[in-house]
Design a binder for this molecule. Structure first.
Ligand SMILES: [Zn+2]
Length: 314
């Protein structure tokens, strides 16, 4: 089979791509996620696969899931966007709907695999992707494949401890990267700064009451030094995490994706300051750190790659 379907399951949209073995995107699809109930979403995924496959046999599919995947690679342990999904068996539910060639993986891991396959990561055997969004996630690619770790939870890069006495985190720890480099953290820090009379150029451009990270970036680029400092603080935390990974593993390439990545230009000065200051000279000079390239296609492209790698043949 030389075509597969990569699917990115989100709380708002299901995005999908028909992809060939060379990585060419043959068609692209996007539908609103119909609900939060497990059976409803399974029905919809099966519909998407049928529609893209056409009238002949169903194509192999891989689904990028926004949540934890159990080591059996069939069960979702939990998914924040789908609050009632606790240990739901997605693979068998889809098999019961006629999809014999189907697999699942965490969405951030698959975004990393997508960047490794078709982004700048294609130049490297190993890489790390950070996704800076509502939270901070990511994926670790070793030998062009996802590193899941012995316990199946590798890639939780948002919970790398940065500051020992730092902000409490939803994971139960404190000082985690996510509390400093996520969009949520940036907005929280900007609101606190505004309440102290700082960030004079920061305002919402969308007409909403609340500003977003893009508004913060606009203000920073327009010369708002307070907004620049907020991005520098996020970049500092990210740079500390990268320096640690670099010293431990000597990865040649780090990509920064997610909703904050269009502001990479505002992060990179602080990132490099930490990397040069903390990592050994040779890896610090050789490493490439840049914004991810595939945007919101990374998840389903990575899913397609995994479908080819694992040769789901039913
Ligand atoms: Zn944490």
């Amino acid at each position: 089979m030389d075509q597969v379907i990569g699917i990115d399951l989100g709380g708002t949209f299901i995005k999908a791509g028909l992809v060939d073995r060379s990585g060419q995107l043959l068609s692209q699809h996007k539908v609103a996620t119909r609900g939060r109930e497990f059976d409803q979403v399974c029905d919809q995924i099966a519909e998407v696969v049928r529609e893209i496959s056409g009238p002949d046999q169903l194509l192999p599919a891989c689904i990028a899931v926004p949540g934890g995947i159990c080591p059996d690679k069939e069960t979702i342990s939990q998914a924040p966007n789908f609050p009632r999904w606790n240990h739901v068996k997605l693979v068998s539910a889809l098999r019961n709907r006629g999809l014999s060639q189907v697999q699942i993986e965490n969405d951030a891991n698959l975004a990393a695999l997508g960047e490794s396959w078709l982004g700048r990561g294609r130049d490297f055997e190993h890489m790390v992707l950070f996704t800076l969004g509502t939270g901070v996630g990511g994926g670790v690619i070793l030998n062009r494949q996802i590193w899941n770790g012995t316990f199946g939870m590798a890639g939780e890069l948002g919970h790398i401890p940065i500051y020992p006495e730092g902000l409490l985190c939803g994971c139960g720890g404190s000082g985690c990267l996510e509390q400093y480099a996520s969009a949520t953290a940036l907005i929280r820090a900007a609101k606190a700064a505004q309440s102290r009379g700082l960030c004079p150029l920061l305002r919402s451009s969308s007409g909403d009451a609340d500003f977003d990270v893009r508004d913060m970036a606009d203000a920073a680029r327009a010369g708002d030094a307070d907004c620049q400092a907020l991005f520098a603080a996020a970049g500092q935390a990210l740079g500390i995490a990268i320096a640690g990974l670099l010293n431990a593993m000597n990865f040649p390439f780090f990509a920064i994706g997610g909703g904050v990545s269009p502001a990479f230009d505002l992060l990179q000065g602080a990132i490099w300051r930490e990397v040069k200051g903390r990592a050994f000279r040779q890896p610090a000079q050789g490493v490439i750190i840049q914004a991810a390239e595939l945007g919101n296609q990374a998840g389903f492209l990575g899913a397609a790659r995994l479908a080819f790698l694992n040769k789901v043949t039913g």
